[in-house]
Design a protein around this ligand. Structure first.
Ligand code: GLU
Length: 470
């Protein structure tokens, strides 16, 4: 628990960073404030004939750039404060990774496991209709995406509902991102957040001064990693670290947590969970006493990838990780944050580290507006040019490259190649920018504050260059 509400915690981080900027007090207040909050109540008739009143939200935190952007979560933890906090984080997140959106977020207070697919579809479609009625959704106004408890299926229902109500809108597919590829989605969106977390942390691990300070060597290979949460974000993050040669020593899920000194094969663990319904009793691993115990394991990198407030003042003193990568939004309370700074643990903050999802959402939205798949125009052209260059080089040198290299050199970029490279570029640049600001100002106490400074400067510059305030 924390004495701060989630939104108050975001405000606290904002204020801590604002003192390192030169902006007018009034402007800072405008950036910090939540512009619009929509609270909905609507009925749903369940399959057993009963009627239930559903509580839902959509928050638009900032309109300094439009559309607003951010996921929709289905969870019993949804409340106005949480959605406001998450919307604010979206504003700062988009600013840091140079994605031209304002922050938004939505939520429906339900436990999706307690509803049939038919009921979930009814709830999602009704929610979308309510958003349309209030002008809180649209490719130019507000573009939702998946979040905790939602995925491609819900996004498909949303785009279909919106397009039905707006048959004249040729850009209707851009009203939501994270759609199935068959419904206008982009290849690579599914793994985007996890891959972004990996790219971001890999870049941090490449910074010698940061690693040396913590007695670590550079690179992710051989690093001992703990991941909490095996949802879309956690699973993909774990997978990319595993494939890069890191050792997954601990995994936590709501049913419990496990430890394996010599590393967990993430694919075998997913198989085991599918078969037994639990990560516990994984061959060769030790079951820990509870779900949160894995957070306290001795490791190099700890990655909370589930929900907010999992590291608080109570367990923070026992955290042994040298680096914490916030794949989830708000996993560390402000009290815990102070303790971790004191312990010189490097916290790589959520608002930029998990920006991979929204970055690829941006690519998806651009694809929807351009009505053409990435790579369609140039892939074959590039392949023909590459083949010609190769041919000339072979002729001039009298040597032939092997088949593997030939395939690589000739390859023209597909959609997935472009999306992954755009994401890699984005995460590397954002990491360098945040660390650069931190290095340039020794007064800035931690990386979260540096990230907020970058975000505030970018949002404030947009306002300042507009010359008018709303
Ligand atoms: N829900 C994700 C987030 O919190 C993705 C948002 C988006 O793609 O718009 O960043």
């Amino acid at each position: 628990m924390s004495e701060y509400s989630f939104f108050a915690a975001v405000e606290k981080s904002f204020d801590k960073a604002a003192q390192f900027t030169k902006w007018d007090k009034g402007l800072l207040e405008q950036i910090r404030a939540c512009n619009s909050v929509l609270r909905l109540r609507f009925p749903v008739k369940k399959e057993d004939g009963s009627i239930e009143v559903i509580e839902a939200y959509r928050v638009q935190h900032s309109h300094h750039k439009t559309p607003c952007k951010g996921g929709i979560r289905f969870s019993m933890g949804v409340n106005q404060d949480e959605v406001m906090a998450l919307a604010a984080l979206m504003t700062y997140k988009c600013a840091i990774v140079d994605v031209p959106f304002g922050g938004g977020k939505g939520g429906i207070k339900i436990d999706p496991k307690k509803y049939t697919t038919y009921e979930l579809e009814k709830i999602t479609r009704r929610y979308t209709t309510e958003l349309v009625k209030k002008n809180f959704i649209g490719p130019a106004t507000d573009v939702p995406a998946p979040d905790y408890g939602t995925g491609e299926r819900e996004m498909a229902w949303m785009v279909d509902t919106f397009a039905t109500l707006h048959p004249e809108n040729i850009d209707a597919a851009g009203c939501v991102t994270g759609k199935p590829v068959s419904q206008g989605g982009v290849n690579g969106r599914r793994e985007a957040t996890g891959l972004g977390v990996f790219f971001g942390l890999r870049e941090v691990c490449n910074i010698q001064s940061q690693m040396e300070k913590r007695g670590m060597t550079t690179g992710v290979e051989g690093k001992r990693v703990v991941v909490q949460g095996l949802g879309n974000v956690g699973f993909h993050t774990a997978k990319f670290f595993y494939e890069a040669g890191s050792i997954l020593v601990g995994i936590a899920e709501y049913e419990g947590s496990i430890f394996k000194e010599d590393g967990i094969n993430i694919f075998e663990l997913m198989e085991h969970r599918k078969k037994t319904g639990s990560i516990l009793n994984f061959p060769g691993a030790t079951n820990l006493e509870n779900s949160k115990a894995a957070l306290e394991l001795d490791c190099d990198i700890l990655i909370p990838a589930a929900l907010e407030n999992v590291i608080d003042a109570e367990n923070a003193p026992r955290i042994k990780a040298k680096v914490i990568g916030e794949a989830a939004n708000g996993p560390i309370t402000p009290e815990a944050d102070e303790i971790l700074i004191e312990k010189e643990i490097l916290v790589v903050p959520d608002m930029y580290l998990n920006a991979g999802g929204v970055t690829v959402s941006y690519f998806e939205w651009l694809k929807n507006l351009s009505h053409v798949r990435y790579g369609r125009m140039e892939k074959r052209f590039n392949e023909n040019v590459n083949a010609k260059i190769l041919e000339e080089i072979e002729e001039l040198s009298g040597k032939r490259v092997d088949d593997k290299a030939r395939k690589l050199i000739k390859h023209g970029a597909d959609e997935i190649d472009l999306v992954h490279s755009g994401l890699e570029e984005t995460m590397i640049n954002a990491t360098r920018e945040v660390i650069g600001v931190w290095d340039a100002n020794p007064e800035i106490p931690d990386m979260r504050t540096a990230a907020y400074v970058v975000a505030i400067n970018k949002v404030a510059t947009t306002y300042a260059e507009l010359g008018i305030f709303p």
